[in-house]
Design a binder for this molecule. Structure first.
Ligand SMILES: N[C@@H](CCC(=O)N[C@@H](CS)C(=O)NCC(=O)O)C(=O)O
Length: 227
């Protein structure tokens, strides 16, 4: 039996849930307190997957593990050149695009409190009281130390616009980012854009690119929770 230890709102946890739904893998989730990730993960980060006692950390490692154990339907292309593209797109989503989600929510004061509320939604009232005042500042500092959060509002927004525009250009003439069909690249990028969409300014940028909106619907139809 597979258990996903998660923070529900984390795009990396969403990525793993979507990969498992696409592959029709039964799983249960265990929501972890923001104070408790160290109990499950040496990096103190979630997601962590437990497959009948085998534990895997990091969404990318988890997707690769799932691909080996549950190869159908595939999320990693067999062709080496396509696999290379899939790998770099996944890493770009996880290590770059993610920080635009953080910057948009926590370097933009008008979004910070609401997003902090999302992060704390499953916490006990005393944890909310303890951490509530600190979460926006901690996340803002995380975005600043990576770099994206130190840019001006205008630059953050125009970077996001350029990135979404690049995805639109990659999708021209094809349903998914790789010609081989839905892959880990689509899921990894989808979850970050879906998080960016939570902020009004992010949603406005995404709405400028109907090709991306249609692609998001396609990815969600294959990986989202059944209606
Ligand atoms: N590279 C990791 C990133 C995971 C990650 O950054 N998770 C965040 C939640 S979005 C986390 O656990 N943060 C807790 C912390 O940094 O203390 C992956 O792909 O799983």
């Amino acid at each position: 039996m597979i258990t996903l230890y998660q923070f529900e709102v984390s795009p990396f946890c969403d990525k793993v849930r979507r990969a498992m739904r696409y592959k029709n893998i039964p799983f249960s989730v265990q929501e972890v307190s923001l104070l408790g990730a160290g109990k499950y993960s040496s990096a103190k980060k979630l997601p962590v997957l437990d497959d009948t006692g085998t534990r895997i950390e990091d969404s990318t490692q988890i997707v690769h593990y799932l691909e080996q154990k549950y190869p159908e339907p595939p999320l990693l292309p067999a062709d080496p050149a396509q696999l290379a593209l899939c790998n770099v797109l996944e890493d770009w989503a996880d290590e770059s695009l993610y920080y635009y989600d953080i910057a948009l929510h926590f370097s933009f004061a008008e979004n910070a409190k609401r997003r902090a509320g999302h992060l704390l939604q499953h916490e006990k009232p005393w944890v909310k009281r303890l951490m509530g005042p600190f979460v926006p500042g901690l996340l803002r500092k995380m975005g600043e130390s990576q770099g994206a959060g130190r840019r001006s509002r205008e630059v953050i927004l125009s970077d996001i616009d350029r990135h979404i525009g690049s995805i639109a250009a990659m999708l021209e003439g094809q349903d998914f980012l790789l010609p081989t069909g839905l892959s880990a690249a689509d899921i990894s990028i989808f979850v970050e854009i879906d998080a960016i969409k939570v902020a009004e300014l992010g949603a406005e940028i995404i709405s400028r690119y109907p090709v991306v909106v249609a692609w998001m619907d396609r990815v969600d139809a294959l990986t989202g929770e059944p209606q």
